[in-house]
Ligand binder design. Sequence first.
Ligand code: ATP
Ligand code: MG
Length: 435
Amino acid sequence: MSEMDIKSEKKSDDDLEAELEEIESGEGDVKDLTIERLKEEIRLLKGRIKALEFNIEFEREAFERERRQAQEEIDSLKRERYLLRKQLDELLKPPLLLGEIMEILSEREVIVKSSTGQMFITSVYSKLDPRDISVGRRVAMDKNNLVIMRVLPPGKDPIVVAAEVIERPKETYADIGGLEEVIEEVKETVELPLLKPELFREIGIEPPKGVLLVGPPGTGKTLIAKAVANKTKATFIRLVGSELVQKFIGEGGRLVRELFQMAREKAPSIIFIDEIDAIGAKRMAMDTTGDREVQRTLMQLLAEMDGFKPLENVAIMAATNRMDILDEALLRPGRFDRIIRIELPDEEGRYQILKIHTRGMKLHKGVNLKSIAAATEGYSGADIRNLCTEAGMFAIREGKRRVTMDHFMKAKEKIDRKREEEESRRRIGDKGMYL
Ligand SMILES: Nc1ncnc2c1ncn2[C@@H]1O[C@H](COP(=O)(O)OP(=O)(O)OP(=O)(O)O)[C@@H](O)[C@H]1O
Ligand SMILES: [Mg+2]
């Protein structure tokens, strides 16, 4: 057998492989191979390429799978980050507990005296600048874990934030329709004893200590108080019960005390507590700190009211639309001993209110306010204001330059629907009645 024969005879793939390696390393020579053998080698190489291609495809798929998994993980982390951010935002939002830094233990750990008087060792939220942390600073803490979330600007007493003091509201008596008698009574019982106490001393009577405005929602209670504040020469301090409860957890009692203190210092003053039902609701079985806190605020208020004599140059006025849920203690003599009721406006009242709220509107000459007043039985002042606004909206939607009677009628239909909805919601929501 010649050498040629040996190289051309059929060989196994393994032998072919070995031969290729020899050629690659320089030990063998391609020229020694027959065409047949070269074809064999090519077939082998093609097979190897196929296998490699298959491997690549397989790896690519595996890689793609991994990429998808990673992407899913990224997405879920993003979702988690979003939720955490939201939680963090929640935590940063009020209500927060107020406190004062008493001692600094380390950059992130301090002793705080909370507004309720308790002392805590607590930590400082990592995003806060440690330079802001110093003894005596007022801080806002998370209600649940007491972590310090915010350092409050120095010198800004919450009393100033809680009460609208001294700043005169722009509402005047001219903005109130009807209610002349109520306004007279408020002036007589609230303002007169403050500004002319000698009148009462001479006659020998004591003016009422507290005056409570009671009436359905939207009938002008807050409006009257604002008009009094605008006109009176006394210092006017307005605080809103619901805000006191929501914003100043743990501070309610102290705030009431400080406000009365301030009222005395700046006498003659009028303290007006709007929405007093938020702090003065009947005492019931209490199960949350919130409830207890509201109770403390109420107790402080009662104590303050008992604490001063009439003619001490401080008058107290409050408003509510839920007299039925007020704690009786508030209504005892020497507290809110004068109740002024505000009813829904009668036809004449509605006409007056309509005149006020259409003052700045361009009305078509066909608009008859008297007949609108006649057609709006049961409307409160706020309803009438809404009616005027809605009528204006209809005119704008139709591209009209003036508001017509038709616009008022459409507005009335809309408001009637809304009033019905509210009425039924109220009936389902609670058994509460307006007194
Ligand atoms: N007698 C009125 N004259 C003119 N506008 C009124 C009158 N009553 C209510 N309004 C309008 O309705 C708005 C709401 O009234 P206001 O806030 O005084 O009601 P309220 O009696 O305090 O109600 P709530 O019990 O819900 O606090 C006022 O800003 C005003 O635009
Ligand atoms: Mg009000």
